[in-house]
Design a protein around this ligand. Structure first.
Ligand code: PNW
Length: 448
């Protein structure tokens, strides 16, 4: 069976993030990040004692890792920059050795004909800025704009696709509401403030890009489509609230210049109506939107499920080891919803993938991971269905190239298409890497 849905220049790639793979977080003059502090605090880190100190040692193995990307046939690589490597105090002085690491990475990618997608903020805020209030400080939008301008001046042209933020919802829900992610706060009142300043930072960076840069810039959001558990009015209203909180909060702000009306009810006295100038600042034209898709959620009304009043209803389906339901058709639905709600803006699937229990030992053909192969096949087919229905999807980045530090859950959650033995740092492509290589080679034409 062939699937001709994918355009010839479709960008097949893989994604990672700095703190999850690089290691050497303080090397060569880098300033510490909030993930350095969080992972070293046993009260905060669920996987106690697991840190990004070494991770995949990518900081020292970058050349070999790019060669691995080439061997798989990747056309694109999405990575993030650790802000504090470049600006150890978060603002001001540039640390050239830190910036050099990313210049060399981009050179190496281009040398191998792999298109870089650079994410400016994948969660590692410099502690020097967290000590000044981090994302709760209104000045954070200016700090981020200065950092972004430094990166644009260093790399625009060689990097042609820029991402401001990765997943503002996860940053604030995990980092400021529930405390599961850095900086580990649990404060309803802080949450909408941090969200709003992140979006102001996004808007400022895009605005600066229009004067400093010449290519494309966008925002990456995680979208988890919400389905009602029944057709009762209460469950449908709960579904709308969950959807507004998790999915529309950031897309409506960036693409429509307003927050969903539901947020005032969800946050109650913690909600503020923000000035119109702020909303105009956030509402910048974007060249693309990156969407990270992992799962959907079926929800029911539950007043006890604070603060949204919507509780997930477990489904009889395959689940990943992070507890996420595998549901490819929801990815097609979501892409159609995105186009119908926000218009014909180009979309990249900037993350999609799954953690499963892989066999610990490689067989003669490497690590056999049939569930991950099936996950990739069915989700890529779901994207093909959306393209056939007219959604302008331009690329797909599997999460992740390598097994890596799954944030507070540590190293046991393996998302890689390449296995990493953390004791030896040996990389072994899994069957899914070969499977994906074949998808790339046939431009998605062989999904059987
Ligand atoms: C993303 N959720 O995080 C991140 O961008 C990656 O760094 C991470 O490793 C990957 O997905 C796998 O988790 C998410 O609860 C974390 O909906 C949580 C959610 C979504 C994405």
């Amino acid at each position: 069976m062939t699937n001709s849905a994918f355009p010839d220049d479709f960008l097949w790639g893989a994604a990672t993030a700095a703190y999850q793979i690089e290691g050497s977080p303080l090397a060569d003059g880098a300033g510490a990040s909030i993930w350095q502090r969080f992972s070293h605090d046993p009260r905060l880190m669920a996987a106690k004692g697991e840190t990004g100190d070494v991770a995949c040692d990518h900081y020292n193995r970058m050349d070999a890792d790019v060669a691995l990307m080439k061997a798989i046939g990747l056309k694109a690589y999405r990575f993030s920059v650790n802000w504090g490597r470049v600006l150890p105090e978060g603002v001001g002085r540039v640390n050239e050795p830190g910036l050099d690491f990313y210049k060399k990475l981009v050179d190496e990618l281009l040398k191998h004909d792999i298109e870089p997608l650079l994410t400016l903020y994948h969660w590692d805020l410099p502690v020097a800025l967290d000590d000044r209030g981090g994302w709760l400080n209104r000045d954070s939008a200016d700090w981020f704009a200065d950092y972004a301008a430094t990166m644009f001046r260093a790399l625009d042209g060689r990097v042609r696709k820029w991402v401001t933020l990765n997943e503002p919802w996860v940053i604030t829900d995990g980092g400021y509401l529930h405390g599961a992610l850095a900086p580990g706060h649990r404060n309803l009142f802080e949450t909408p403030i941090a969200s709003h300043n992140l979006m102001r930072a996004h808007g400022r960076a895009v605005e600066i890009y229009r004067s400093e840069g010449a290519h494309e810039i966008g925002l990456v959001v995680n979208i988890e489509p919400k389905y009602p558990a029944s057709d009762s009015a209460a469950d449908i209203a709960a579904t709308e609230r969950a959807h507004a909180y998790m999915n529309r909060q950031y897309l409506d702000a960036a693409l429509k210049g307003r927050y969903p009306a539901e947020l005032a009810g969800i946050f109650g006295e913690a909600w503020t109506e923000w000035p119109a100038e702020d909303m105009a600042q956030i509402h910048q034209p974007l060249d693309f939107v990156g969407i990270n898709y992992y799962t959907r959620s079926v929800v029911k009304d539950d007043p006890g499920a604070w603060p949204v009043g919507a509780a997930p209803v477990p489904q009889n389906a395959t689940h990943t080891t992070t507890g996420w339901e595998v549901c490819p058709p929801a990815l097609t639905d979501m892409l159609l919803w995105f186009r119908d709600s926000y218009g014909d803006i180009p979309v990249y699937i900037t993350e999609n993938g799954a953690a499963f229990y892989d066999p610990p030992q490689a067989g003669p053909d490497g690590i056999d991971d049939p569930l991950r192969c099936d996950y990739l096949r069915t989700h890529i087919a779901a994207i093909g269905d959306a393209i056939k229905k007219g959604v302008d999807v331009r690329g797909y980045m599997v999460w992740s190239l390598l097994d890596n530090l799954e944030w507070s859950l540590g190293y046991s959650k393996r998302f890689g298409i390449v296995h990493v033995d953390y004791a030896t740092q040996v990389r072994s492509p899994k069957r899914s890497a070969r499977f994906y290589a074949n998808i790339i080679k046939t431009n998605g034409g062989n999904l059987a």
